[in-house]
Design a protein around this ligand. Sequence first.
Ligand code: PLP
Length: 378
Amino acid sequence: MKKSLQHLETIAIHAGMSDEQPPNSGIVPPLEPSTIFEHRPEGWKEGDWNYTRYSNPNRNQLEQVLAALEGGAEAVTFSSGVAAIGAVFQALPKGAHVLYPEDVYMGTRTLIREYADRWELSFDAVDMTDLDAVEDATQPHTALLWLETPSNPLLHITDVKAITDIAKGKNIAVCADSTWPTPYNLRPLELGADLVMHSTTKYFSGHSDILGGVVTGPPDSEWIARIRTIQQIQGAVPSPRDCWLLTRSIRTFPYRMRAHNEHAQRIAEFLDDHKQVEQVFYPGLSSHKGHEIAKNQMNGFGGMISFLIHGDAERALQVVAQSKLILRATSLGGVESTWEHRKTSEGETSQTPDNLIRLSVGLEHPDDLIQDLREALN
Ligand code: PLP
C-alpha cells in the first residue's frame, strides 16, 4: 500500500522510504559506507550503484526527502550550503548577469567577489524589496535573480511572487536561498521560483553537527540537470554518514520549526519592549516593514531575530558575553539558542550595523530564554 504523503510532518518521516521492505527488516534504513559497488557478471547497467561520488543509497534517500519537502521533483545535495550556491552560479552560461540582494548572506557575497571574474559572470546588488529597482536593474543578459527572504542578517522581506512575475516576463530564472524560512515557512517553488537552495547545516540538521547544502527544482528542469553534473563531476558531495544522519534529523524537522517560530515570536516581542533595545528586526512584529508581505507568503516567521542594542559594538559584545544559557556562536537553526555580535563574525567587509546582535532562537523553554535575555541586557 502506498503511503499517503500529504503533510510535511508525514513527508519528513516517510518520504524516501521503500514501500516494500523484505519481511522482518529494520525500520531504520541502513548506512551504506561502501564507496564502490560490485558490478553484475554481465557488466554494470544503467541504474545500478557504481561509485559513491555519482550516487549512493543514503544520498538518494536524502534527496528524495528534501525534494518531497520542497514540493520539487529533484533535489541535488552538496557537502555545504556554499557548495550548493557555487553550483547554481556555475550552472549559468558564460557572460550571464545576476542580480542579488544588497543584504545577501556574507558567504554568497564572498563567492561573488572571489569568483565572478573567473567564472566570467557579472553581478549587481539591488534592493530586492523595491520592485521598481529590480525591474530597472535587469539587463538584456540577466539570467538569474538570487533571493534571500528573510535576508541575513537584516531580515528584509522580498515579495517572492512579485519578483517571479517580473522574472518570467523577461525570461530570467529565480533561485531562492531559503535556508532561513525553510519549506515549513516558505514555498518558493509554489510562488514561481525555478530553484530553491538551502544550507542544510541549519534547520534541516537542527543539531549543529552536519554541514550540507541542497538545490531543488521542478520536474525536467534543465538547471537541475546542469547542477547534477556539477555535483557528480566536481564532487562536493555529502558523505553517506552525513546523508544518513541528516535524513534522521529531518524526521523531527517540522515539529522543531513549529517551536522555533513560536519561541522567536515571544522573544521578539520581549525584545521590542525592552528599553536597552533600539530596534528589533523580526517579520512577525507588526512594526516590521515587510510584515504584511511576510504574513501573506509565509506560514510562520522563523527562528531568527536581529536587534540593535543602544550603544556601540563594544556594548553589543558586552551583552552577548553576559548570557548563561544562550551560547556565543555563529550559524543558526540548532536546538540550542545561539547569538553573536554579527559584525565581528562577518569581518572587515561587513556592512552590518556595529550594534547588531543576531539571535538564533532554539528549543529551550522560552521563559528560560527570556530570563537569560533579561539578565544579559540588564
Ligand atoms: N545561506 C544562508 C542564508 C546562510 O545563513 C548560510 C550559512 O550561514 C549559508 C547559505 C551557507 O551554508 P554553509 O555554511 O552550510 O555552507
